[in-house]
Ligand binder design. Structure first.
Ligand SMILES: Cc1cc2nc3c(=O)[nH]c(=O)nc-3n(C[C@H](O)[C@H](O)[C@H](O)COP(=O)(O)O)c2cc1C
Length: 184
């Protein structure tokens, strides 16, 4: 069971990326995870380029999605919406006609917008839910969590130290596993 972890932030000290790095570091062997680190390399989506041979960074994204049983996102909110770079990534998933595309795959998100964020990242996540519905992904409610984190929640090791947040994040991973393989 492989879950692809995709951060919506390109910031080097990103809290969102740290949350997913923590999930990756703590996931037990039966909940294998892979981090997608190619967000910043993706070209601006252009339908004219959405054909074989795809731009290499797009081919890499799609291969990572194809290899995954489920996807877990963690994105900041910018100006009441999804960050442009992350929306761009999602746009590149829309035209993927491969049977292993995101359509039908279990997906969830961790919303780690800080406690001081006015809307708690709600607008970005409403938009994310809409986009994921559009691409036909299976949004797993138990894998969609609000886990407010401040920037100092990330330790020198680059991981989120808070035990409650760690346990909740791993719970989201398990919910995705249960949705992907209900029999296991
Ligand atoms: C340009 C910009 C716009 C932002 N707009 C919002 C916003 O509309 N709502 C919100 O809750 N936070 C907003 N923020 C705060 C970010 O979501 C917050 O800094 C978050 O920690 C960034 O995620 P990161 O640590 O993963 O980079 C904004 C930050 C930036 C840089």
């Amino acid at each position: 069971m492989d879950t692809l972890l995709i951060s919506g932030s390109t910031r080097s000290g990103s809290t969102n990326t740290a949350a997913l790095r923590t999930v990756h570091a703590l996931a037990p062997p039966e909940l294998d995870t892979a981090i997608f680190d190619g967000l910043a390399a993706l070209p601006a989506f252009n339908p004219d380029d959405d054909h074989e041979p795809l731009p290499a960074p797009v081919a890499r994204l799609r291969a990572a999605v194809h290899d995954a049983d489920a996807l877990l996102f963690c994105t900041p909110e910018y100006a009441g919406a999804l960050p442009g770079a992350f929306k761009n990534l999602l746009d590149w998933t829309v035209g993927d006609a491969d049977p292993r595309s995101i359509s039908g795959k279990p997906v969830g998100w961790l919303n780690v917008a800080g406690p001081a964020a006015p809307s708690g990242g709600a607008d970005a996540h409403a938009s994310l839910a809409r986009v994921l519905g559009y691409v036909g992904a299976h949004v797993v409610e138990d894998a969609c969590l609000r886990l407010p984190l401040t920037r100092d929640a990330v330790g020198d090791d680059g991981l989120v130290g808070d035990e409650v947040a760690r346990a909740a994040a791993l719970g989201a991973l398990r919910a995705l596993r249960d949705a992907a393989r209900p029999e296991s």
